[in-house]
Design a protein around this ligand. Structure first.
Ligand code: ZN
Length: 498
């Protein structure tokens, strides 16, 4: 008997040792195989952050603010005209050399011709417009949001990060290169949309133009990510290069029931059924998946810098998937990275408080992870609510920008190697990780003209400053402006050298 118990314990012990061995082996080898290709970066002109700050300050003072699709309205084009005048007069070397075209009146398309017309060009993007400042938050700013104040080593104001900082430093880079006598081998296009924050129609029209002209891009670079310091998963700086962005769809959930007077309500009236459906969708989120790019690549890239327990969990998702998923789901941002998010936004029912609605509706806004499609999310909603009587779902023709998630761009090409090298230099050697952009950028229109679309700004942003984008105290440091101009110049030269 005792012998049998001992043999049994021995067997259990062996299994435990084996599992522990597998866990540890996977932990220590996790991410070790990630090798980011790098290139040698060329010399570029020196940039003076103080001078760039002055020009950015001027750009911030021009209120190219968009509120709804179709802006600027007739009679309100003044700021866009002024902004164009600012660009051409501030960067004369570039604008005297390159061709400029206007698309949809206000989107600016610049073509700096390369020496070799047989090579596919590259496209550098940024947008001219900015979001408004929320009513009642004006006084929370350390400097007035349209003052362009330069103080404590920062330029303050709406658009400093999103996205005039990029626009100005792309122009700084190109202008300095032209002034130094440089001409790219590959043609460089610059696209400055006028309405990214409301519809992106300008960038869309510009991409239509490229399609008509049969122009394909070797690389597209737009806003989206940067070096973030510290990165929540590792506690230190990580350079995030966006290789995909989420899609967008709004689904209308409708509950129908007999209406009538609210003095004799039945159980399960339309409002109640709708509430059940919303609750079911909240409790049954779209499945997360850590095993596919870009999330799988991001986790491997930062693995070596993770604390041991986190690294162990991510390396052994076969065992810890539920726990990791639960941890991610606790934070809104982390949850948004790993899955298609579910956000009930608008709800409607009866027109009067003593009338039972025959129909109650909710609009649910989903941000699509590359693993999901508009069709699969609609199916998910129907599956989850199939047991609730009277409930149907369809795609809402809302004003929003319905679009599938973008394709995932490669990390094995020269474009990624150049961006990774620039990111590494700009950050003083931080690990570089591919990432998923959660919002929509103008680059979403470019999937028909390029396979290599990246969303990265060569700048180091403290995590405490990230909230300034679309929020209060948006600002960019003078040190970062110098980094950005240098980084963009390195990218232009690095991509044009072959
Ligand atoms: Zn933006």
């Amino acid at each position: 008997m005792l012998k049998r118990v001992l043999i049994g314990l021995g067997a259990i012990f062996m299994v435990v040792v084996l599992i522990a061995g597998i866990i540890l082996f996977r932990t220590f080898t996790f991410g070790g195989n990630v090798e980011v290709q790098t290139v040698e970066l060329a010399d570029v002109p020196d940039f003076n952050g103080e001078e760039i700050a002055k020009r950015l300050s001027t750009a911030i003072q021009i209120r190219t603010q968009t509120v709804s699709a179709g802006d600027p309205r007739p009679g309100q084009e003044g700021p866009w005209l002024e902004f164009r005048e600012f660009m051409t007069s501030s960067y004369p070397e570039l604008f005297n050399t390159a061709e400029t075209n206007l698309i949809d009146d206000h989107t600016v398309l610049v073509r700096w011709a390369g020496r070799d017309e047989t090579l596919d060009p590259i496209l550098m993007m940024a947008h001219q417009d900015v979001v408004p400042v929320n009513m009642g938050t004006m006084d929370d700013w350390d400097a007035s949001p349209f003052s362009g104040a330069i103080q404590d080593g920062y330029v303050y104001g709406r658009g400093t990060m999103d996205d005039k900082g990029s626009l100005v430093t792309i122009l700084e880079a190109a202008n300095a290169l032209v002034a130094s006598g440089y001409q790219p081998t590959r043609t460089i296009w610059m696209l400055f949309g006028h309405d990214e924050e409301v519809s992106g129609s300008g960038a869309q029209s510009a991409v239509d133009y490229f399609e008509r002209e049969n122009i394909r891009m070797e690389m597209v670079l737009d806003e989206g990510f940067f070096v973030i310091d510290p990165f929540p998963l590792t506690g230190s700086a990580v350079a995030l290069i966006g290789i995909a962005e989420k899609g967008y769809v709004t689904i209308r959930v409708t509950a129908r029931a007999a209406g009538g007077h609210s003095s004799i309500p039945p159980r399960n009236s339309a409002g109640v059924q709708l509430a059940k459906a919303i609750l079911a969708l909240d409790e049954n989120q779209v499945e997360a998946d850590f095993t596919k790019p870009p999330i799988s690549q991001m986790l491997s890239a930062v693995a070596e810098d993770m604390p041991f327990t986190q690294r162990m969990a991510f390396a052994n998702l076969w065992l810890f998937r539920g726990m990791v998923g639960g941890e991610f789901a606790k934070s809104g941002e982390a949850n948004a990275i790993i899955r298609t998010t579910t956000a009930p936004t608008m709800m409607a029912g009866a027109v009067k408080e003593n009338v039972l609605p025959q129909q109650a509706t909710a609009l649910i806004n989903f941000r699509l992870h590359p693993n999901d499609s508009i069709e699969s999310v609609l199916q998910h909603v129907r599956d989850v609510t199939s047991e609730i009587d009277g409930v149907t779902s369809d795609i809402a023709e809302a004003s929003g920008i319905g679009s599938e998630a973008s394709p995932v761009s490669p990390t094995s090409n020269r474009a990624y190697a150049v961006l990774a090298s620039v990111a590494r230099e700009a950050s003083g050697g931080a690990p570089v990780a591919p990432a998923l952009v959660l919002g929509a950028t103008d680059s979403r229109w470019t999937t028909e003209i390029s396979d290599s679309i990246y969303r990265f700004v060569p700048t180091v942003i403290p995590s405490s400053d990230v909230g300034g984008m679309h929020g209060t105290n948006e600002r960019i440091s003078i040190e970062n402006l110098e980094r950005m101009a240098r980084g963009y110049a390195q990218i232009m030269v690095g991509m044009s050298s072959e």
